[in-house]
Each structure stands twice: as C-alpha cells, then as structure tokens.
Design a protein around this ligand. Structure first.
Ligand SMILES: C[S@@+](CC[C@H](N)C(=O)[O-])C[C@H]1O[C@@H](n2cnc3c(N)ncnc32)[C@H](O)[C@@H]1O
Length: 224
C-alpha cells in the first residue's frame, strides 16, 4: 500500500494563517487542476435528490461541485469558503453554466463570520482543516440558520485514503454521534434522519482507488 504523504508540517502551518494556507493550495490546484470539491459529493447528491429544491448553504464549499450540482436542480445556493480562489472558481463555473442568478458565493473564515440567511438545507462536506477551528460552534450556527423542516447534513472523513495527508493524530475524525452531541439540539423539535458510517470508493490524483469510510449525520428541524 502506498505511504501516506506527510502533509504540511507544524512549522509550515505556523508560518501561514489558515486563509493563506488554503489559498496557496487552491492556487496550486488552479494551475494543476483537481481542486477539492470540484465534483459533487455522493452523499450530498443522494440526500438532495429526494428533496424539493429550496435554499441551500454549502459550508467550506471548495471549488463548488456541490453548489453547482444543487443549482442545476433549481436550488438557490449560498456557498462559503475561506479561499478566494476556490470561491472564484465556483463562481466562474456557475456563470459558465448560466447558473449565476442561483448562486451567491462568499469568502468567509467561518471561525469569525457566517453567511446571512435561512436555509432548507445546510451542507458541510469534509469541513476539516489542520488549524484550530471552533467547528462545533460553526455547526451550531448552521443548525440555527435552518428554516422549519430544514436539514443539516455533515459528512466527515472517518478514514483517509493512502494518498491523503498523514494528519496530526490530535486531529481525529468525529463520529456522527459526537457531531450530533456537539450540536446540543433539544430532543424536542429535531430528528436524526441519518447517523451512519458509509464505505466509499475514492479515486486519487493518479487514478488509484481505495475504499474509505465517511461519517454521515443528517438532522432535520421540525416543521412549525
Ligand atoms: C477538505 S476541503 C473540503 C472542500 C469541499 N467541501 C469538498 O467536499 O471537497 C476543506 C475546505 O474547508 C475550507 N476551509 C478550511 N478552513 C476554513 C474556515 N475557517 N472557514 C471557511 N472555510 C474553511 C477549505 O478552504 C477547503 O475548501
């Protein structure tokens, strides 16, 4: 099995702010292709294809594969990421497909600011970073941004492909149960629709494949 690449060192991380780190990665990908989030994520597609189109928020959207997929199906989508290059790439793709009117893309460091609005669906797909991040607080804000009947979908890496970074062991993937507990939602008025581990066939930059595990949480706010 291939060795995991080391990924960024602690020294490299300390030398850059989070926005510089992610921006430099997306700028590299802009030259070489294959940015994070360029294709729709399978769980998002599976969940959203059963829903009526409404308003959606794509948190840490990357290059916008999920946002564009939703907009193609009539969703009005707000997308947010810390990287201006990722946000710019998303906007170019949406406009090239004639979807510009359905997509609002904004740069946010979600540790410090959050998009305005209320939504039928909020999606956070692989919202991971090697930097300190108040992720639970961001996801609690996301839950509060749901309209009655709206859903929050959180998909995390439960395991990593051999070609992914070997991350600091302190950065552990949370289980769906932990993510749910951290949301601190009252039992009354919220329902867990999915809390599961799912195997997925991942394809690496060289076309290599591996089976990885995703952690999936889908919660729904009750209708008023
Ligand atoms: C692993 S990528 C996932 C991207 C995309 N959602 C996907 O499914 O491929 C993590 C994303 O989180 C973004 N990100 C990291 N820290 C962030 C922060 N503090 N605020 C907003 N976005 C952040 C990165 O720029 C990157 O696009």
């Amino acid at each position: 099995m291939a060795q995991q690449p080391e990924g960024p060192t602690r020294e490299q991380l300390e030398a850059q702010r989070p926005e510089e780190f992610w921006e430099s990665l997306y700028a590299t990908y802009r030259e070489g292709g294959g940015a994070w989030g360029a294709r729709v994520n399978p769980v998002l597609a599976e969940v959203a294809q059963g829903l009526e189109a409404g308003t959606a928020l794509d948190l840490a959207c990357g290059a916008g594969g999920d946002t564009v997929w939703l907009a193609r199906r009539g969703w009005r989508v707000t997308a947010a990421d810390i990287s201006p290059t990722a946000v710019g790439q998303l906007l170019r793709t949406a406009r090239a497909e004639g979807l510009g009117d359905l997509v609002t893309a904004e740069c946010h460091d979600l540790a410090h600011s959050f998009p305005a609005g209320t939504f039928d669906l909020v999606s956070a797909q692989y919202f991971h970073t090697p930097y300190a991040l108040p992720r639970a607080a961001v996801l609690r804000t996301a839950a509060r941004a749901l309209l009655p009947g709206g859903r929050l979908l959180v998909v995390d890496h439960g395991s990593r492909a051999p070609w992914s970074w070997k991350l600091d062991p302190e950065i552990q993937a949370q289980t769906p149960e932990q993510v749910y507990a951290d949301l601190g939602l009252p039992a009354d008025g919220w329902r867990v629709e999915r809390a599961e581990r799912r195997a997925r066939q991942a394809t690496g930059p060289g076309g290599q494949t591996a089976t990885v595990t995703d952690h999936v949480l889908l919660v729904r706010r009750a209708e008023d």
